[in-house]
Design a protein around this ligand. Structure first.
Ligand code: PLP
Length: 360
């Protein structure tokens, strides 16, 4: 086949990042769930996470979890998006555990699990400030008492999510709230909770500083393992690799053109009114890569001297005037990816995925 636009995945780097995260977390008694939603659960990458030592897998999409089971991943799998009432039976069949915040849903999970002769694990989500999913703190005890009377489910523990809707950073204080709640529950309801799940990649900074409250014993890590970054704290994680993924696209035009278009400016292909700064004549390259292939906001040219000027559905326009190396038609240009970039290319049928091993 012709060479398409390519996402190159270095599996050794994924294994390395996974084992680094796992090692640091295990030292503090924290289990690591490998979160697979950021790359549509491509099985080669999931296997790398498993090889790196994750304690379980987790994904927000039931479709991905079904695919993982078909591929014979028999690890514990947690569904990371609140269940849809319309999917209950499939969830029971394919996921061991789900995160939950609605009693109607938990009751339905319990009923269906009983009918199927199974027991489904519940992580009850608590909102400690980020305002995405989860019960408010004062509602938790009531919910726990109701859940503990249900026969088809087992309350595995409490969890929280941060750095998503509200951009709230994990701290010893807000994670400490979870631990306190669990202590109160164990005393007042008399049940033991096995898991306290303290967030995702944004919690790794607390792991580094040994600031995770005692009691937190699980993290759900995607971005850190995959990209070595922590978007919530706007940082590269210094002990992880940032280049496990590389996107390559081909140059289809190279020409010098003025930096301001000629004629009356209307709207661009997406309904926006474009604005231009006159930098004189610039050398530009057009790539066979566009918004249908990737979230253009989520990619960065590996060579810093190359700048992205704009994109339409099928074209990416680069300023290559300052590039040290000459770029010509037929060359490939390489990009690193942010989480949104990775999400979008993973899912694109226009981007061929290539996996490599044995470099590190
Ligand atoms: C996506 C997700 C994660 C993983 O987040 P990262 O920042 O990629 O580590 C953890 N928990 C939940 C509930 C999620 O939806």
């Amino acid at each position: 086949m012709d060479d398409n636009t390519i996402l190159e995945v270095d599996l050794d780097k994924i294994i390395y990042n996974t084992s680094q995260v796992v090692e640091r977390c295990h030292r503090l008694g924290i289990a690591v769930l490998g979160v697979t939603k950021g790359f549509s659960a491509m099985h080669q990458i999931v296997s790398a996470m498993v090889e790196g030592g994750v304690d379980g897998l987790a994904d927000a999409r039931l479709e991905n979890i079904i695919e993982l089971r078909k591929r014979n991943f028999n690890q514990e799998i947690t569904l990371l998006r609140l269940p849809r009432l319309s999917n209950i039976e499939t969830i029971i069949r394919y996921a061991d555990t789900s995160i939950n915040s609605e009693m109607t849903v938990i009751q339905a999970l319990s009923e269906t699990a009983k009918r199927l002769g199974k027991r489904h694990n519940i992580i009850l989500m608590v909102d400690v400030g980020d305002l995405r999913e989860g019960l408010m703190i004062d509602q938790v005890l009531d919910a726990v008492m109701q859940i503990s009377s249900l026969k088809g489910v087992r309350l595995l523990g409490l969890g929280t999510n941060m750095g998503c809707f509200g951009g709230i950073l994990p701290s010893p204080e807000n994670l400490g709230v979870l631990v306190t709640l669990v202590n109160v529950i164990e005393k007042k309801v008399g049940i033991k909770l096995e898991v306290i799940s303290g967030g995702g990649t944004s919690s790794l900074s607390l792991v580094e500083k040994n600031n995770v409250p005692v009691g937190i014993n699980q993290l759900r890590i995607g971005e850190g393992i995959l990209l070595g970054t922590d978007t919530t704290h706007n940082r590269k994680i210094p002990w992880l690799l940032q280049d496990a993924f590389l996107l390559r696209a081909e140059v289809i035009e190279v020409k010098c053109k003025p930096s301001v278009p000629t004629g009356d400016i209307g709207r661009d292909a997406f309904g926006n009114i474009p604005q231009f700064i006159d930098k004189g004549v610039r050398n530009r390259a057009i790539l066979a890569l566009g918004k249908q292939d990737v979230d253009v906001e989520g990619i960065v040219p590996v060579r810093e001297s190359i700048k992205i000027m704009g994109a339409s559905s099928d074209h990416l326009i680069l300023d290559i005037t300052d590039s040290e190396e000459q770029i010509k038609v037929g060359d490939d240009v390489e990009f690193s990816l942010s989480y949104s970039g990775l999400l979008s290319v993973s899912d694109s049928s226009y981007v061929t995925k290539k996996f490599k091993r044995g470099i590190l």
